[in-house]
Design a protein around this ligand. Structure first.
Ligand code: URA
Length: 432
């Protein structure tokens, strides 16, 4: 008998819950024995009172126990690596990192999610590729990682079902942005998916869940600690999300930019983050190389075309058309001109993300269909000099009306000043 009401009250009053009670509450919820209204109240109590490190670990373990787990490294006889981002605008990092790391001889198997709110999702990006299958069986997934070096698929329903339920509930009860709940949600999925080494990209700023470096640091420490307790190697990159990452925001536009980056022709900030992530992943892998050598190998895989060759094999293995001319293109392209000359001092990530969602690149409700062709391409980023009347961005839209609305939103995201703006790196800090 699960005493849900009593546990809600004890958490509301700030008590640390015993391991067995917290585990039973979560497993009971996953079995349908604890109703949504009690779990919603429990999440709100956690939102205000928090969870201790011990409780966060127990919650993570219970969520993992609610479903299947995969032993990727055991199945491949290799140390398999994985990466995850907490989500941001223009974040297509996984698409470029996976083939580069695989081209360096390190298997990377990844289960990804869809976009949330104004943040894009890897699965939505991949589904802009005609024919790409995001649903492989576990056997197909493992076989592809073995043969091609990489596979990116959707979360299988059997993995961490408690998180699926809990996330849906948190999404509609204003309890998503609680540090322990986020840490447990992300890490339960990463640990259940079985990689031995994980690089976590924790986004910080306007367009991220974590608005301050301090909050991001706490989330990173919580996730690194959960990984360590589970015997995995975890490194967290704290990276800038005050402005969108790279130039492209919107699904097929982001696929194109990721491919350009795999070919060595990506935007500077995005390329920098991709190479940082690859260097860390190779340093954590069984290649037994340091980070500097990892970076050198990643750069070489881009320069000699082997990363692009893996991209092609990976997309085709999952049923997709690797030729970029097959990607959908929006019928309307509309330029946003700079109203004045000067230096870009700010480019708000949320505003650009919201403009892309309104164009149809993201969902406003759970059941919305995505328009894979639409989005925004930014020609000027923070620190860039711009001339009055020249394009700041191009809107890719379904029709003129949608393009004009998005153009207003994107223009409002820019702040332009007379004085030069100092550079700020994408990688702000490393934890773990
Ligand atoms: N991403 C997740 O998977 N879970 C959260 O709680 C927040 C972001």
């Amino acid at each position: 008998m699960i005493r849900a009401a009593e546990l809600i009250q004890r958490k509301r009053d700030g008590e640390e819950l015993p391991d067995a009670d917290l585990t039973e509450l979560i497993l009971g919820y996953a079995r349908g024995e604890v109703p949504d209204y009690q779990m919603a109240a429990f999440c709100m109590a956690v939102f205000f009172r928090g969870l201790s490190p011990r409780e966060t670990y127990v919650l993570t373990e219970a969520m993992i126990r609610s479903g299947e787990t995969i032993d990727m490294s055991g199945a491949l006889g290799r140390k398999v690596v994985d990466k995850h981002s907490t989500g941001g605008v223009g974040d297509k990092t996984s698409l470029a990192v996976a083939p580069i790391v695989a081209a360096c001889g390190v298997p990377l198997g990844k289960m990804s999610g869809r976009g949330l709110g104004h943040t894009g999702g890897t699965l939505d990006q991949l589904e802009s590729i005609p024919g790409y299958r995001t649903e492989l069986s576990l056997d197909e997934f493992i076989a592809q990682v073995r043969e091609v070096g990489t596979a990116i698929i959707g979360q299988t329903g059997d993995l961490v079902p408690a998180d699926k339920l809990l996330y849906g509930l948190r999404d509609v009860t204003a309890t998503v942005d609680q540090l322990s709940l986020i840490a447990a949600s992300i890490m339960s999925k990463k640990l259940a998916a079985g990689a031995q080494a994980i690089v976590l990209d924790v986004k910080v700023g306007d367009g991220a869940f974590m608005k301050t470096l301090e909050d991001a640091r706490h989330l990173a420490e919580a996730m690194a600690s959960l990984g360590e307790q589970a015997g995995r190697d975890v490194v967290c990159l704290l990276t800038d999300m005050d402005q969108p990452l790279g130039a492209a925001v919107g699904n097929s536009l982001e696929v194109l930019e990721a491919l350009d980056t795999v070919r060595g022709r990506g935007p500077a900030d995005f390329t920098e983050l991709v190479l940082d992530a690859c260097a860390k992943l190779l340093a954590l892998s069984d290649l037994e190389v340091g980070e500097a050598e990892g970076r050198r190998r990643a750069e070489a895989a881009v320069a000699d075309g082997s990363a692009e060759a893996v991209w092609r094999r990976w997309i085709e293995a999952q049923g997709g058309t690797a030729d970029e001319s097959a990607l959908p293109v929006a019928p309307v392209q509309h330029e946003v001109a700079a109203p004045v000359g000067g230096y870009v001092s700010r480019l708000g990530a949320i505003r650009v993300g919201v403009a892309a969602v309104r164009l149809g690149a993201g969902r406003r409700t759970k059941d919305d269909a995505i328009d894979h062709a639409v989005g925004v391409v930014l020609h000027a980023k923070r620190g860039d000099r711009v001339e009055a009347g020249l394009p700041l961005a191009t809107i890719h839209a379904r029709d003129e009306d949608a393009a004009r609305h998005a153009a207003d939103e994107v223009l409002a995201a820019y702040e332009i000043e007379d004085a030069e703006v100092p550079e700020r790196p994408v990688l702000l800090e490393v934890v773990g």
